[in-house]
Design a protein around this ligand. Structure first.
Ligand SMILES: Cc1cc2nc3c(=O)[nH]c(=O)nc-3n(C[C@H](O)[C@H](O)[C@H](O)COP(=O)(O)OP(=O)(O)OC[C@H]3O[C@@H](n4cnc5c(N)ncnc54)[C@H](O)[C@@H]3O)c2cc1C
Length: 396
């Protein structure tokens, strides 16, 4: 194990991989990535990986617009594939929430999102596969889509390794040394590394690692379920869907398959990230499938049969690490040289790379492409928390 590094990034999910990738790209000396299990062995592996730009607040819109451009040009931006599929993204809302769309779409347009408000008739005309009962209004962004989360993280890490990143897998950080108010090293299960810069990108373990330097934020967990079903080849086109009417999301999963998950607001399902069962169950499937069929009636024939007509491919669950205002905690803390990059709150796959890029610039003392200072954890004490036109949750 290296005795010294210029920066140690803890956590090999989308956040850690992105910060490490961009630090190396900026030529920030010896960078080490330490991961207690395997690269992408945490919550990122379960991500639906929707890459959309529908957000309420400027910092998130800017991060998402830049991220969508990067995913669309992944070879150039990340040096390899991400599995990005440009299917577009659409939110559909009931009458009582239609104002959220009317309010936020002009803000997004002003910040460069190619998005438009659509009436129910326009949606039905463009995507006849969708049944739209209960829908009053929608908004559609054509440059969004979804990616492959594991492939994305692997690409970020592999290309950084080619430029000198050192990766230790199966290596847990057990402690962080602080001397006179600044970071001086990390203690791992395999030895110690002296360093002036530590990035805590440990997702649901963010507070466990934060406590090593005495910093902790309100963070709660929720177990989130997804399932994949076979679908008829002639199912028809539709974008990645956020259905605010039913609190459901669904999309194509490659060809001949669909992915479905439950959206917010809902009751959280508390879980211990170290010990939870990462499968799904009948209770969740039994809730999601009727809602999915309501929107995609062509699925009814098979999914309506006992055992979902044998169309169930797989189901799984991952953990959301939810902060007080559903926005991540990013930036330097009171301990000099110690940076947070966690608290993704169920929506930080897509903006992981742009958060990583800007945080790497901040660490290197350079002007970041996007001003991420509003994401600092100090916002909780200073009363600068974020809110969304949709209310609490990760829709925007
Ligand atoms: C079911 C589901 C669906 C989602 N869908 C979307 C979506 O469609 N779009 C979107 O943008 N976002 C989505 N998200 C959210 C997004 O996936 C997460 O915000 C993001 O992946 C979190 O990444 P991370 O790097 O912060 O955490 P993680 O991926 O959990 O990575 C943290 C890593 O730190 C490691 N670690 C922890 N403690 C230590 C230690 N002491 N020493 C060393 N290593 C340690 C862990 O092993 C882990 O690998 C979804 C999330 C889930 C669960």
């Amino acid at each position: 194990m290296r005795e010294r590094a210029d920066a140690v990034v803890i956590g090999g999910g989308i956040m850690g991989a992105s910060v490490a990738h961009f630090l190396v790209k900026l030529g920030y000396g010896e960078v080490v990535l330490v991961e207690k299990s395997r690269i992408c062995g945490g919550s990122t592996q379960y991500s639906a990986a929707h890459v959309r730009q529908h957000y309420t607040n400027e910092v998130a819109i800017r991060l998402a617009v830049r991220a969508a451009e990067m995913f669309a040009n992944d070879e150039e931006a990340f040096g390899g594939p991400t599995g990005f599929t440009r299917h577009g993204y659409m939110v559909i809302a009931p009458e009582e929430q239609a104002d959220a769309i009317r309010q936020v779409v002009p803000v997004q347009q002003a910040l460069g999102v190619r998005t438009e408000v659509l009436t129910v008739e326009e949606i039905a005309h463009r995507w006849p596969a969708l049944a739209l009962d209960g829908v009053a209004l929608g908004c559609y962004e054509e440059t969004s889509g979804y990616a492959d989360p594991v492939l994305t993280v692997q690409t970020l890490v592999d290309t950084a390794k080619q430029r000198g990143l050192t990766v230790y897998e199966g290596c847990r950080v057990l402690g962080i040394h602080v001397e006179r108010g600044r970071v001086s090293g990390v203690v791992t299960g395999d030895g110690e590394i002296a360093t002036d810069v530590v990035v805590n990108a440990t997702g649901p373990w963010g507070n466990e690692v934060g406590r090593m330097v005495g910093i902790e934020y309100p963070l709660r967990f929720s177990r989130e379920h997804e399932a994949i079903f076979e679908a008829p080849a002639d199912l028809g086109a539709f974008p990645v869907m956020s259905d605010a009417v039913q609190r459901l999301y669904f999309r194509h999963y490659g060809t001949g398959r669909v992915l479905v998950g439950e959206g917010w607001p809902k009751e959280p399902e508390p879980a211990d990230p170290d010990r939870y069962d990462d499968g799904t169950d009948e209770e969740h499937l039994g809730r999601m499938v009727p809602k999915l069929v309501r929107r995609l009636p062509a699925l009814a024939e098979r999914l309506g049969e006992p055992g979902y007509g044998g169309a169930f491919v797989t189901g799984y669950s991952g953990i959301y690490d939810i902060t007080e205002d559903w926005y991540p905690v990013v930036g330097e803390e009171e301990v000099e040289g110690y940076y947070s990059a966690f608290g993704g709150s169920g929506h930080c796959f897509k903006i992981g790379p742009t958060i990583g890029e800007s945080l790497a610039h901040v660490i290197a003392g350079l002007e970041p492409p996007i001003d991420i200072s509003s994401l600092s954890g100090r916002r909780f004490a200073e009363g600068r928390t974020f809110s969304s036109v949709w209310g609490p949750g990760n829709r925007a």
